[in-house]
Write a protein that binds this ligand. Structure first.
Ligand SMILES: CC(=O)N[C@H]1[C@@H](OP(=O)(O)OP(=O)(O)OC[C@H]2O[C@@H](n3ccc(=O)[nH]c3=O)[C@H](O)[C@@H]2O)O[C@H](CO)[C@@H](O)[C@@H]1O
Ligand SMILES: C=C(OP(=O)(O)O)C(=O)O
Length: 433
């Protein structure tokens, strides 16, 4: 089992390059099978979830050619099967996009129920409501979602909750349905816009992505394209908070600063300087962490503060002066890092969906478990700012969504190593002691 071992206390300095957005790339890879022509996708993050989805696409017959670790060519004309299931695909969330993609193209799909981080109950009722409204029969049995339609028809759908997954999934199916679909109360996240742009580059007719009403006129066929995925706002934000927690000064490159506005605003509230450039942001943190100031944050759909940044922000607030609150309004089980952080000296009380955080002077190193992807990243940040050695177990979760996190942090001056044995762990400890 691999672990991160971190010797805290080094302010991050220098430049870091951000990769492609995992949550955009996953949907785009699924959508790529909707044409029989070859699609080239660049700026993919080289992370576990992407590789799992590519394998699943290959297993149903699509040709996947790896140009390099960030670029693939996909040809969906060889697909012979619409049943998607293996032990890995069951663990990722974005498998659900294959329902929309296969249903749109072949009018039938059978896909294992999605997994993903255990951050709440995460139903897919809105996805199903959308497919049914387009005329599909949808059943869930034996751990599979089965959807079939003689013909998919455009429809008018109101999403009762703002859902990224349902918005994108319905948009994909509707791209090849008969007639016009209107999605109301749609999610506005940058990756929704990126998937719409990708589909449009294949000949789809989607308007309004990025607003809360998306209009799609179905087309009969989609065609080849070459596309580059947008930068990952969550990876970028994670580095920005890591700079804040360590009293650092970093330039985060290859980002779209507009996508980072909520994160930047919160960093300014806690006392950091944030400088926006064309495709980069610089974060300059106050030198001693306790010079950070308390604040309040509530997670909300975009353009609100992202739930995927909530644990990382909480770690920063844990070493800020005064009492802060973090309200999680999207997922009911996203405070699983609190017990771990408490073992590092944090003072956090959770009441319902609110974490009340009393700032402490510093964290102290401990052995902690990554309970999920972003909580794991948050514990790495805590380790970077802590006194002493922190060992983060279960980094499998972190690698679902971060490419080379340890290498990128080391390039910023952090003392962090990925180890896979007790011997390697002891060697690192000896080296840094
Ligand atoms: C692979 C991927 O892109 N994952 C992201 C996606 O997850 P995911 O697509 O699962 O999240 P949604 O935006 O759909 O969920 C938002 C809220 O709607 C609820 N809901 C959703 C669908 C549904 O059919 N019924 C329902 O009740 C969810 O339980 C949640 O409370 O968006 C989340 C919110 O930005 C992010 O945290 C995840 O990183
Ligand atoms: C929750 C996340 O991913 P998933 O939806 O794939 O579990 C995330 O990216 O933070």
């Amino acid at each position: 089992m691999e672990q991160y071992v971190i010797k805290g206390g080094h302010p991050l300095r220098g430049e870091v390059e951000i990769g492609g957005a995992k949550n955009a790339a996953l949907a785009i890879l699924a959508a790529a099978i909707m044409t029989d022509e070859t699609v080239t996708i660049d700026n993919l993050p080289n992370v576990r979830d992407i590789n799992v989805l590519l394998q699943a696409i290959e297993e149903i017959g699509a040709h996947v050619e790896r140009i390099d670790v960030h670029k693939v060519k996909i040809n969906g004309s060889f697909i012979r099967d619409v049943v998607v299931d293996n032990e890995f695909i069951r663990k990722i969330r974005a498998s659900y996009y294959l329902i929309g993609a296969l249903l749109g193209k072949y009018k039938r799909a059978e896909v294992a129920l999605p997994g993903g981080c255990d951050i709440g109950s995460r139903p897919i009722d809105l996805h199903i409501k959308g497919f049914r409204a387009m005329g599909a029969d949808v059943d869930i049995a034996y751990g599979h979602v089965t959807a079939r339609a003689k013909q998919l028809n455009g429809t008018h759908i109101y999403l009762d909750k703002v859902s990224v997954g349902a918005t994108i999934n319905i948009m994909m199916a509707a791209a090849m349905a008969e007639g016009k679909t209107v999605i109301e109360n749609a999610a506005k996240e940058p990756h929704v816009v990126d998937v719409a742009n990708f589909l449009n580059s294949m000949g789809a007719n989607i308007r309004g992505a990025g607003t809360d009403v998306i209009r799609i006129v179905g087309v009969e066929k989609l065609h080849k394209t070459e596309y580059s995925v947008i930068p990952d706002q969550i990876e970028a934000g994670t580095f920005m908070f890591a700079a804040a927690a360590t009293g650092g000064d970093i330039v985060v490159k290859n980002v779209i600063p507009k996508h980072l506005e909520a994160t930047s605003a919160k960093l300014v509230e806690v006392g950091c300087e944030v400088e926006e450039m064309d495709d980069a942001v610089r974060v300059i943190a106050p030198k001693a962490p306790m010079h950070l100031q308390h604040t309040q944050v509530t997670t909300l759909p975009y353009p609100g503060f992202p739930t995927d940044m909530q644990p990382q922000m909480a770690v920063v607030l844990g070493i800020a002066e005064g009492t802060s609150t973090v309200t999680e309004s999207i997922f009911e089980n996203r405070f699983k890092y609190v017990d771990e952080l408490t073992r590092m000296g944090a003072n956090i009380k959770v009441e319902s969906n609110i974490a009340i955080i009393g700032g402490v002077n510093k964290y102290t190193g401990a052995r902690v478990n990554a309970p999920d992807l972003r909580a794991g990243a948050a514990l790495v940040i805590a380790g970077l700012s802590a006194e002493g050695i922190t060992i983060v177990d279960d980094i499998y979760y972190i690698e679902r969504g971060y490419e080379d996190l340890d290498r990128k942090l080391r390039a910023l001056g952090a003392s962090i190593e990925k180890v896979s044995s007790e011997k390697e762990l002891q060697k690192f400890i000896l080296k840094v002691s």
